[in-house]
Design a protein around this ligand. Structure first.
Ligand code: HPA
Ligand code: ZN
Length: 326
């Protein structure tokens, strides 16, 4: 109970959150009706019942399908605002959210429609909820590097509003090396860089994200633990890992929540953070993730505070702003 109280009031940053993955079944259903988009479900309950995944690809198939209801600037505003209200309730003070431009532009939705709606909500969140933000575009790794370059070109006129690039979607068979050139270009443009690696993919993909993409964070990174030399390197570099416990459970990256690597990572000296990934699909927001691992692993108050501290020092905020949160 006191552990729950600590989690409930602890200021935290969320660094691994796909805004499209915060689309709750109720909103999915409401937007389908508002926009006249046909979905193969009779109710929000039926949508939720379909969220039963045995791996990453299972989830991605449903996640991309769900995005189809997002059509207008107002839809992206409503989606993002709903997430920010949930984040505020979890005492989140700073968010660095991902969106997947290609998941929308390939459906004929303009890049600007997506960006404008998300950003308008983030600005309202800063003013009304006191939540600061950064915005990260993710390249879909199952698509080509040429496609990623086209997406980066679409972002070019909006560089004052976009802070970083990431890499998500189907990991196996799509190693970071495939995107070395476009990440180099993004870095030249002054963008922050991060990548999903070691969720389903082998430790080698984490090495590639570091060596070839020169990432500032590793999203997930679970499988880095299989490689002691890689662990030593991540510790030595103070690399932030954005771990997502309930996502790991629901995508069968771990067999039970007790198998979450969070305590092991802390013990090894890794800079681990706790995040929700796709909360509408994986059964919980950031505090649900904190509570799940704290209970399953019997985390100490010090460990819980460390996880929250890591979320600020692992953020893209300038040092002065990080310190202001601690
Ligand atoms: N992994 C890869 N791609 C994703 C994820 C994830 O956890 N969530 C949304 N896209
Ligand atoms: Zn993710």
């Amino acid at each position: 109970p006191s552990r729950d109280a600590l989690i409930a009031r602890l200021p935290k940053a969320e660094l691994h959150l796909h805004i499209e993955g915060s689309l709750e079944p109720e909103m999915l259903f409401a937007l389908a009706q508002r926009n006249g988009v046909a979905i193969p479900f009779a109710s929000a309950e039926a949508v939720r019942a379909a969220y039963d995944f045995s791996n990453l690809q299972d989830f991605l198939d449903i996640y991309y399908q769900g995005m189809a209801v997002l059509q207008t600037e107002q839809d992206f505003y409503d989606l993002t605002w709903a997430y920010l209200e949930r984040a505020a309730a979890d005492t989140v003070r700073h968010v660095e959210i991902f969106f997947d431009p290609q998941g929308h532009t390939e459906r004929g939705i303009a890049f600007e429609t997506v960006l404008d709606g998300i950003e308008r909500a983030l600005q309202a969140g800063e003013e009304r909820l006191g939540i600061s933000y950064r915005l990260i575009i993710c390249f879909l790794r199952h698509l080509s590097e040429e496609d990623a370059f086209a997406t980066l070109a679409q972002a070019m006129p909006h560089l004052a509003r976009i802070h970083g690039v990431g890499l998500d979607s189907s990991e196996l068979g799509h190693p970071p090396a495939k995107f070395a050139q476009v990440f180099a270009r993004a870095r030249e443009m002054g963008l922050h860089v991060t990548a999903h690696a070691g969720e389903e993919g082998p430790p080698e993909y984490v090495h590639e994200a570091l060596d070839l993409l020169q990432v500032e964070r590793i999203d997930h990174g679970n499988r880095a633990l299989e490689d002691p030399a890689l662990v030593a390197r991540l510790v030595g570099e103070g690399m932030t890992l954005t771990v997502c416990p309930l996502s790991n459970l629901r995508l069968c990256v771990i067999d039970r929540i007790e198998s979450s690597p969070v305590q092991r990572m802390l013990d090894l000296g890794l800079k681990v953070t706790i995040n929700a990934d796709d909360p509408a699909y994986f059964g919980g927001y950031v505090n649900d993730n904190f509570r799940a691992v704290a209970d399953a692993l019997d985390l100490s108050p010090d460990a819980i505070v460390r996880l929250a501290e890591n979320s600020f020092t692992g953020s893209f905020l300038p040092m002065a702003d990080q310190i202001a949160h601690l």
